[in-house]
Design a binder for this molecule. Structure first.
Ligand code: TYD
Length: 214
């Protein structure tokens, strides 16, 4: 069996904590789990990440931004994610293509169809079996991170983050079979319980070799 599960959410939604807890739980049951993050996860993608998130790069064009995120993604999909799925493992990824639609599309206002086309080119059409969206009001999320730690994207305006959140909620509503929306203002254990509950039937059945062009 193979399963590709992605975590999405606005800043400070606790994605990484939840991903780690899920990873430990799956490992305990003997699953072959690979946990990674975007942008990053390979030497090339981590190098691209540091260009993308550097707060000094205020002149970066939205077009440059989408192409760099996509370049990092093309590399991790081919080098890390697809091989692990082909071996029958479970991949947990902290952010994936839906971040591009939320941040560069809904947030920056780039054309969603163009973003989908670039993303499909970068990923070869690989889609997650399940996308876990941790929803939290932006005021609470941003407050969880000290302002001096904000990277270039986190330092965007409140209105930007509001559009990102609305974008996520729209995408989740449009494709409920793939998305699980969890209220991330709940205690950590309650959020994790909701994730495990949704995952149980998928673990029983198992996915295919990643799902192309669904
Ligand atoms: P990171 O420090 O990993 O933030 P987080 O812990 O919130 O995931 O920084 C990743 C930033 O990049 C985050 O602000 C979201 C943004 N991003 C995009 O704008 N587009 C994308 O396609 C991806 C993958 C991330």
């Amino acid at each position: 069996m193979s399963l590709f599960i992605t975590f999405e959410g606005p800043e400070g939604s606790g994605k990484t904590t939840q991903l780690r807890l899920l990873e430990a739980w799956l490992r305990q049951q003997g699953y072959d789990v690979l946990a990674t993050r975007e942008p990053g996860g390979t030497a090339i993608s981590e190098a691209v990440r540091s260009i993308l998130l550097d707060p000094a790069h205020t002149e970066m064009r939205p077009e440059t931004e989408i192409l760099l995120f996509s370049a990092a993604r093309a590399q991790i999909v081919a080098q890390v994610i697809r091989p692990h799925l082909a071996r029958g493992g479970i991949v947990l990824c902290d952010r994936y293509a839906d971040s591009t639609l939320a941040y560069q599309g809904y947030g920056r206002g780039l054309d969603l169809d163009i973003l989908r086309a670039i993303t499909a080119f970068a990923t070869g059409g690989l889609l997650p079996h399940l996308t876990i969206y941790l929803d939290i009001p932006i005021e609470i999320g941003l407050r969880r991170k000290a302002a001096q730690e904000w990277n270039r994207l986190e330092a965007q305006t409140r209105a930007f983050h509001q559009r990102v959140r609305q974008g996520y909620l729209e995408m989740a509503a449009a494709e409920p079979e793939r998305w699980l929306v969890v209220d991330a203002s709940q205690p950590i254990a309650a959020v994790q319980a909701a994730i495990r509950q949704r995952l149980a039937p998928l673990l029983a059945v198992g996915g295919d070799e990643g799902s192309d062009d669904r």
